[in-house]
Design a protein around this ligand. Sequence first.
Ligand code: NAG
Ligand code: NAG
Ligand code: NAG
Ligand code: NAG
Ligand code: NAG
Length: 674
Amino acid sequence: MSAPSRLRAAILIISETANKDPTTDKGIAALQEVFSRIAGDRWDANETRIVPDNAHDIQSSIKGWCDGTDPINLIATSGGTGFAQKDVTPEPSLMLGIRHAMLSTSLKVTPFAMMARPVAGVRNKTLIVTLPGSPKGAKENLEAILPQLAHACQQAAGADSRSLHVGGTQQLEREAGLKAQSTVQDTSKHQHHHHSHNRSHGHGHSGHTGPKAHTKPEDRSVSNDPNAGPTQRYRESPYPMLAVEEALKLIAEHTPDPTILRSAVNESIVGCVLAEDVTARESVPAFRASIVDGYAIVASNHPLVPSTKGLFPVTGISHAQAGEVAKLGTGEVARITTGAPLPPGATAVVMVEDTVLRSMTEDGKEEDEIEILTDAIKEGENVREVGSDVRAGDVVMRKGEGMTAVGGEFGLLASVGTQEISVYKQPVVGVLSTGDEIIPHDRSGDLKLGEVRDTNRPTLLTAVRGSGFEAVDLGIASDKPGALETALRDALRTVDIVITSGGVSMGELDLLKPTIERSLGGTIHFGRVSMKPGKPTTFATVPVKPNDSSDRKRKAIFSLPGNPASAVVTYQLFVLPALQKMAGFSPPWGLPKVKVVLEHEVRMDPKRAEYHRAVVEAKEDGLLYATSTGFQRSSRIGSFKGANALLCLPPRPGTLARGEKVDALLMGKIISAL
Ligand SMILES: *[C@@H]1O[C@H](CO)[C@@H](O)[C@H](O)[C@H]1NC(C)=O
Ligand SMILES: *[C@@H]1O[C@H](CO)[C@@H](O)[C@H](O)[C@H]1NC(C)=O
Ligand SMILES: *[C@@H]1O[C@H](CO)[C@@H](O)[C@H](O)[C@H]1NC(C)=O
Ligand SMILES: *[C@@H]1O[C@H](CO)[C@@H](O)[C@H](O)[C@H]1NC(C)=O
Ligand SMILES: *[C@@H]1O[C@H](CO)[C@@H](O)[C@H](O)[C@H]1NC(C)=O
């Protein structure tokens, strides 16, 4: 094919700032420099424009350049927010090499460059590439792709595409002077290889070995590019396979720390953990109180004070009610009930059993005189002193202690007059299902081919609430590009942790990881765990800018497997500890672990740790016994019915015999056969 001698490029800078003050723009100069340095003999890049970041200005510039009788060959845009797709037709076959080169280059420069989302497309006869907004990023991307652009532009302009495609990506790469060492035919494998090679830098292992567990997030491989089509996806998950313990360590490390809030002492603090020591505001009891029904008396061990034995006039009454009580003099008694305040001057209480009634008032309704039968009453007898339970100023609860639903803690705070406390804010969990095949579980009518009722969302909502946390139903996000991103962005504004299920395998429509990494700028801390069930469990954190302050916070996203049983196991194993950390619980986090005796033989998985659903029962010998709930295939939610525990089976060939003891994680109440 013969190329026209000169190709024409336009540079479109999309920036509010530069549009207002073009002297602030450095992008045009940077890109023109690349054109003239790398391919000055082929390109004129003197068409430039700076527009604000709005669809109208961007579109009219692009149309002006594309839609005339003499369309420009290439438009390179820099900045903007991913606009032009609807005016531009993506050309997957044409763009493979270009995207590949851009992605590779970005990765070399900075792991966050993935967020720049290089996009290429064609409108009429013009090729359009979108470059990052930063002059440096735009320049580096353009440097990587420019050698290939002449061919791509000719193809777009109607050159013989067949001849261009003969060599496919490899030819494009050879012509671009990229990689010579690889002879891998499959472009997706090549991409993987390419990344690993450069990821390995500084970590002392070759890019040809398998992934290792302890890579830093910025060194890790990244998700598939959903725009790249199935030929570009990874054939094998690029995420290292972690042991459960390693995954838990990453969760403990990256789950956001708890935040503190002041709360009234009311029912809403049940389940919260204290973020401060609580001291008693008041003494308990707050007044000297009788612990029996009887008579308040002035008793003393002093020899000059008369004996308490003998006849006494009943001069007053003290009931257990608020109000003034008359002073008691020596030689007088006052009738008193249990819990009632002692009259001023009284020093002890004599039980009613130690007295007899001697005379009544004239109307016969009141006691007039009683006889006390003993002189052995000592000062302070039958009196609960002020602060004898709790003294004002005593620490009654410590930071880190939880307010259980059993009631003891709430009762204690209530008793000492605590009005307000600092607690850790309880995380709110959003549960989202993903996938076009998923329909609400309660949709009436028969299923169409391929439709699946959404079991995971109601199951997970129940599990979250069952662990004592607030759960929000986020509905179902479709597989359409952008739908998941929107759903996650909205969710992250309102909830603290998002759980999604579905969309974590290697499928073509698996959008979750790319959305987290490429669209939300998040970090995937792990994407695979060596366990059964639950292998594709994914944990990520995403920076979120809250409405009220300018500080970005990180929020956690858990993607649980699409199988309901796997979703519940991985919720209990991985999400619960994260919720507990956020809620201020002290480690160790997670479900309580106990030893149980197997009621029957259990086969282990030779390679993966298995979490086997079981029923645990307490028997008369004081031991806990476990029975499997049956066939444990991960899609079988029925294997969870009745289960109150997960047996922790080690990754080993063979079986565990009946009578052997294994660890079990308790999810529900233990059944008692007693
Ligand atoms: C761009 O350069 C070409 C020749 O190199 C020239 O014909 C054309 O007028 C220039 N356009 C602008 C806008 O300067
Ligand atoms: C192609 O260019 C023509 C004008 O030449 C314009 O009317 C049309 O909208 C363009 N088509 C696309 C898909 O951009
Ligand atoms: C990987 O990066 C290094 C330097 O960052 C570079 O020299 C090397 O060519 C790159 N390898 C590939 C396959 O791109
Ligand atoms: C408890 O008090 C808080 C204020 O700290 C209030 O927002 C909440 O509604 C109260 N809850 C109940 C159950 O009264
Ligand atoms: C934050 O703002 C968005 C709209 O910008 C709104 O939908 C959301 O409810 C707000 N969140 C909070 C916590 O105020």
